[in-house]
Ligand binder design. Structure first.
Ligand SMILES: [Zn+2]
Length: 284
C-alpha cells in the first residue's frame, strides 16, 4: 500500500488564449487559461508543490527583449489574491515550509515562483535539466520556446534531484497505457511519470492515494480533458508552435485519451484545464 497524502490544486494567475488552441473543436474566441499548481501534504516529507504557476518574477523576467516577446504573446494576469505566497500564507504555510518543488517542465508559467522557495529541494527529469542549462547562452531561442532563464534560482543545480535517478516503480494495471514511473520519495506515494512531446523531459505526477482518490497531474500533455477524452487534438498551429516533438505529443495525448475514457475514477488534472479543476474541486 502506498501512503496517503492530502492534495489540492491552486490557481496561480492565468492568461487569455483562443479556445481553439486547446481544442480544435473550440471557438475562435479568447478564453481564460488558468495556471494551476499542486499543493501536497506528505505525512513525513511535509509540504510539496508540483509547479508554481506565475509569480511577480515573471513580469521582471519579461521586461526587456527578447523575453518581452513571451509576455506579448501571452498576456498574463496575476491578481494579489492569486499569488502563491499569499494563498499559502492564508493556509498557514510559510515559504520555508515548502520542502520540495516537483518541476513538471521548465516553461515560464510552471516555474515562475521557484525563487520564492529557497529551502525547497527541486525535482525534475535529467533531460529537462540538461535542456534548460543548454539554453543559458541562447536567450532568444530560450524565450521563443517559452523558457525564461532569469526564473531559475542561482543555486538551482545544487538543489536538484533527478526524477529518473529514483527507483523505477510499476504503475497499477488500470493506469495502462502508462506502465511505470519513478518513486520520487521512495514510499510509493508520489510517482513521476514521463509525458514526452510537449517539452523536453516533461514529468507528470501520479498520486495513487490522494486521501482515497488516485490523481494524475499531467501538466501540458493536454490542455482540455473533455477534448482529449473525445480525441480532438489542439489546433494544428498550437501543436506545432508549442510541442518539442509533435509525434511524441500525439502519442502521449492519445494514451491520455485512452485513460480518460476508461478510468473516470482517476482525477486527470492538466495545468490549464478549468473544466477538470472545477470538477475535481466539486467532488471534494
Ligand atoms: Zn508548457
Amino acid at each position: 500500500m502506498s501512503r496517503s497524502v492530502s492534495f489540492t490544486m491552486l490557481r496561480v494567475g492565468g492568461c487569455r488564449q483562443l479556445q481553439c488552441m486547446a481544442d480544435r473543436g473550440g471557438r475562435w474566441a479568447s478564453t481564460d487559461f488558468p495556471a494551476l499548481c499542486g499543493l501536497i501534504r506528505h505525512p513525513d516529507a511535509g509540504w510539496i508543490l508540483y509547479d508554481t504557476g506565475y509569480a511577480e518574477h515573471f513580469f521582471k523576467a519579461t521586461q526587456a527583449l527578447p523575453e518581452r516577446l513571451y509576455r506579448h504573446a501571452v498576456p498574463v494576469q496575476l491578481p494579489v489574491q492569486e499569488q502563491l505566497l499569499v494563498q499559502l500564507q492564508a493556509l498557514g504555510i510559510g515559504a520555508d515550509d515548502i520542502r520540495v518543488v516537483i518541476i513538471s517542465h521548465f516553461h515560464g508559467d510552471h516555474i515562475a515562483g521557484l525563487r520564492d522557495f529557497p529551502q525547497a529541494s527541486l525535482i525534475a527529469m535529467s533531460t529537462g535539466r540538461r535542456h534548460i542549462e543548454s539554453l543559458r547562452s541562447h536567450s532568444l531561442r530560450a524565450a521563443l520556446s517559452g523558457h525564461l532563464l532569469a526564473l531559475l534560482p542561482d543555486n538551482f543545480g545544487d538543489r536538484m534531484t533527478l526524477a529518473d535517478g529514483c527507483r523505477v516503480h510499476a504503475l497499477p494495471a488500470w493506469m495502462m497505457p502508462f506502465t511505470q514511473g519513478y518513486d520520487l520519495l521512495g514510499d510509493g506515494s508520489l510517482i513521476g511519470v514521463p509525458l514526452p512531446g510537449h517539452s523536453v523531459g516533461q514529468l507528470g505526477l501520479f498520486i495513487p492515494d490522494a486521501l482515497g482518490r488516485p490523481v494524475f497531474l499531467v501538466a501540458d500533455a493536454c490542455w482540455s480533458v473533455p477534448a482529449c477524452g473525445a480525441g480532438r487534438l489542439p489546433a494544428a498551429a498550437a501543436l506545432w508552435f508549442t510541442s518539442h516533438n509533435v509525434e511524441q505529443y500525439r502519442q502521449t495525448y492519445s494514451d491520455l485519451g485512452v485513460l480518460i475514457r476508461r478510468e473516470p475514477a482517476v482525477a486527470i488534472l492538466p495545468s490549464h484545464c478549468t473544466h477538470a479543476w472545477e470538477a475535481f474541486n466539486n467532488e471534494q
